[in-house]
Design a protein around this ligand. Structure first.
Ligand code: NAD
Length: 356
């Protein structure tokens, strides 16, 4: 169903529609196409409005707003991070987002972004690894086998060519769930009893745990030469995964430094420490991996431009596949200044209904 720009309704993509859209496009195709859109936007990085996301922190977690604009479109995401939520049957991370027309300020799309965040995070991670991991990378350890983990596995297979997964979680039932969900896709999956066992022989180590503390998931002795670290779970002040010793041995790549210094694993380092912006590696303005023994690390925190790309991509896809409903979100009086008159006219229809 094409989106009719003349109608004053906003397309809304629910969780149900998002799942059906992703499955219609195909999970691998969705991840690959989304990564290409993210790369396209990273390559025009300087033109975007950028700000560290605005976080509201509590004992239990964080609620954040993530805005950006390329001058033609504006997007923002509302997202939370509450590690204890899973104990009450809720998601750790849940999100929704809006894409708007900068020219008139009207929203063009309202979408669920819980599933979309998992997809865009995995697509961005795999895209970073395409530039930073050794080109013959075949084996990935995933530490933390929760909601994000299968998306990471699928993106790394589709974009980087990962075949073998070595899984570890402090909760063995999470690992079993991850194995179950990834069985039959051609992965060779090894369930491991410790971080040390999981990282054995891994070309890439993904850390995607949730714990609101300075945790040390990856210690110095876990990381050998040539490894690429995809550090996803340390994404909040006071919430880290990688030991300082590992950071000091790695060449570190980030999305937007002013945000990553606040939220990423690099919050453990002095701000004078050198970090490279990932977009500059993509444009060729900075060097990515320089040799086979170098340890590279993508200190992922998730930046607004990735969500912007994802919303842009979803808007294109729903024009092709449908999978949205129309939301009556915009007031539309016949004479734009007669908003009050529109309210009164609505009252008259209520009286008619009420008098029956
Ligand atoms: P989740 O709660 O579904 O899963 C987290 C898993 O980590 C759980 O299975 C838990 O048992 C495991 N875990 C906790 N401590 C561990 C430890 N010490 N060792 C091994 N496993 C451990 O959460 P999720 O939705 O998968 O998110 C994971 C993390 O990724 C969160 O911290 C979230 O904030 C972060 N995240 C980052 C981005 C980004 O763009 N960088 C995007 C989305 C989520």
């Amino acid at each position: 169903m094409p989106i009719d720009p003349k109608l004053n309704v906003v397309p809304f993509v629910s969780v149900d529609h998002m799942m059906k859209l992703v499955l219609k496009v195909g999970i691998d195709a969705f991840l690959t196409e989304l990564a290409a859109e993210i790369e396209k936007d990273f390559r025009r990085w300087p033109i975007f409005d950028k700000t560290p996301r605005v976080g509201s922190h509590s004992q239990e977690g964080v609620i954040e707003l993530m805005p950006t604009s390329d001058g033609a479109l504006y997007g923002f995401k509302y997202v939370n991070g509450h590690p204890k939520n899973t104990h009450q049957g809720r998601q750790t991370v849940t999100a929704f987002g809006v894409l708007s027309d900068v020219g008139n300020g009207y929203p063009l799309l309202l979408s669920e972004m819980t599933i979309l965040t998992a997809l865009r995070t995995a697509a961005t991670s795999a895209l970073a690894a395409k530039y930073l991991a050794r080109s013959n990378s075949n084996t990935m350890a995933i530490i933390g086998n929760g909601a994000q983990s299968e998306f990471q596995a699928r993106a790394f297979r589709a974009i980087v060519g990962i075949q073998e997964l070595r899984l570890f979680d402090i909760d063995a039932s999470a690992t079993r769930k991850c194995t179950r969900n990834l069985t039959g896709l051609g992965f060779n999956i090894v369930e491991c009893g410790s971080v040390a066992e999981a990282v054995e022989g891994a070309d890439i180590i993904t850390t995607v745990t949730a714990d609101k503390q300075f945790a040390t998931i990856l210690s110095d002795n876990h990381v050998g030469p040539g490894v690429h670290i995809n550090a996803v779970g340390g994404d909040c002040p006071g919430k880290t995964e990688i030991s300082k010793e590992v950071l000091l041995r790695s060449d570190i790549f980030v999305e937007y430094p002013p945000q990553t210094w606040i939220e990423g694993d690099i919050q453990q380092l002095p701000r004078s420490h050198p970090v490279t912006e990932l977009w500059q590696v993509m444009t060729g303005d900075a060097t990515g991996r320089a040799g086979d023994r170098q340890i590279t690390m993508f200190d992922s925190v998730g930046f607004a431009i990735e969500d912007f790309s994802a919303l842009r991509y979803v808007r294109d896809k729903i024009s092709e596949f449908g999978m949205f409903t129309e939301l009556d979100l915009l007031a539309d009086p016949d004479e734009p200044r007669d908003l009050y008159g529109m309210l009164l006219r609505c009252g008259k229809t209520l009286e008619v209904v009420g008098s029956r």
